[in-house]
Ligand binder design. Structure first.
Ligand code: PLP
Length: 420
């Protein structure tokens, strides 16, 4: 069974103050991991991670990452921009990597001084329309998102970028940088993101190679001196017990060599490396803690939790696997097969299907692992279910509430109706 940084006694103490279900984040785990990430890219002067806010949009986590590690914020919506500003990330500490962007969000990103990363060639004009044609570009950094389309030969990237809605084609990206230069923009970055939950280091290294090569071509043809390339997010985490974490040292080293070969050796100015990871920053360090409230034996054996897919929808949404730990029963054999369910009137509301676990009883605590990214953040209120509290646990086990649980008053707040 997976090792977790708290035990049954800790849950009992904590659940006395914050009833289950709740999400808890392990601050020390997040710190150790952030240190490893920075160490892997220490060779790159100016390396920066922009934490993808959507993964865990909690200002307390964003602030920890900013204050202790200098992480910026990768935003793609108005709310995320406002969260970034609240923790002190403004100016080039915001990467605004949006798509299908409303005008008001372009305006807010511009007002905050964000690095605006355009998803499409037509968005250059949209940005001008939003902020006014007579805007001053002095000092502003602009970026474009590249979609490489079908890739072949000698490349680890096996996804299908040509089926993704994001980014511009080669032709469009040349056109867009050309137009921006003409309008007086002088500072540039280049972005792509072609990975999602990827555990193969070669894939991430190849993403950087792709950008180094394209930056070189754009430099040659348009005379642009890029300041950074941003390889996006998408570094995966080992959700399954047979998977291993990505070797960040190997990624760092591979990208360092690619940078030597494709940038330094070609006489270009060194490029800063940016990334906008979410999942691998907080994912493994967040846990959904819940309790077994019903046992049911029909055609299958069911363990019913007090949590449901409103608290963590990845298993129901993508059939994602999440490890389940039963604190206090770690040493018992996992000899009983369960569907572990929530209470929604949706048959896919299951945290695990046909999973071998220790024999469960009503009142057991059940911990769903790797819920720290795209977990609480994806919560929703279907069936009138409420989103849980978020807690931050320190090294000594002490707990700080970083978001309270929703109440029925929150749920009814948008209705003006007698009796509610
Ligand atoms: C979702 C997203 C990320 C973060 O992805 P992770 O898989 O959480 O690392 C980064 N950038 C953009 C543009 C995204 O859409």
């Amino acid at each position: 069974m997976r090792k977790i940084p708290f035990d049954r006694a800790w849950i009992e103490r904590t659940a006395a103050k914050w009833p289950t279900p709740f999400h808890v984040y392990d601050a020390e785990g997040i710190r150790d991991n952030a240190r490893r990430l920075k160490a892997a890219f220490a060779w790159n002067e100016g390396f920066r991670e922009y934490f993808a806010v959507k993964a865990a949009p909690n200002p307390h986590l964003m602030k920890l990452l900013r204050d202790e590690f200098g992480f910026g914020s990768d935003c793609s919506s108005l709310a995320e921009l406002i969260l970034a500003r609240a923790v002190g990330n403004v100016g080039d500490s915001i990467m605004f990597t949006s798509n299908d962007t409303p005008e008001e969000e372009f305006r807010k990103a511009w007002e905050l001084g964000a690095i605006v990363n355009l998803d499409d060639v037509t968005h250059w004009q949209c940005l001008l329309d939003a902020v006014g044609e007579d805007v001053d570009f002095a000092g502003r950094i602009m970026c474009c998102r590249y979609n490489p389309g079908p890739l072949k030969g000698g490349n680890a990237i096996i996804g299908k970028p040509e089926e993704a809605k994001y980014g511009m084609t080669r032709e469009q990206i040349f056109e867009c940088y050309g137009a921006m230069r003409k309008a007086g923009v002088t500072r540039f970055g280049l972005h792509t993101m072609v990975a999602s939950n990827e555990l193969d280091p070669e894939y991430i290294i190849d993403t950087a190679r792709l950008l180094f090569e394209l930056a070189g071509e754009l430099h040659e043809k348009l005379g642009i001196e890029f300041e950074f390339v941003n390889i996006g997010g998408g570094i995966g985490i080992p959700y399954r017990p047979d998977q291993k974490p990505m070797d960040l040292g190997r990624v760092g080293d591979g990208i360092r060599r690619a940078h030597e070969e494709l940038v330094v050796a070609k006489g270009m100015r060194p490029l800063k490396l940016y990334m906008e990871c979410g999942r691998c920053i907080t994912g493994p360090y967040g846990y959904l803690v819940s309790k077994v409230i019903h046992m049911k034996d029909t055609f299958r054996r069911y363990a019913g939790l007090d949590a449901c897919m409103a608290n963590l929808m990845r298993p129901a949404l993508y059939g994602a696997y999440h490890e389940i730990v039963v604190p206090g029963k770690e040493d018992m054999p996992a000899d009983t097969v369960y569907d572990v369910t929530g209470s929604l009137c949706e048959n896919n509301d299951k945290f695990a299907i046909q999973r071998s676990l220790p024999k469960l009883d009503i009142g057991d605590w059940v911990v769903v692992c790797d819920a720290g990214a795209h977990g609480h953040a994806m919560g929703f209120n279907y069936n009138g279910k409420l989103r849980s509290a978020e807690l931050l646990m320190s090294k000594d086990g002490s707990v700080k509430e970083i978001r309270r649980a929703e109440t029925l008053d929150d749920y009814f707040a948008t209705l003006d109706y007698p009796g509610l």
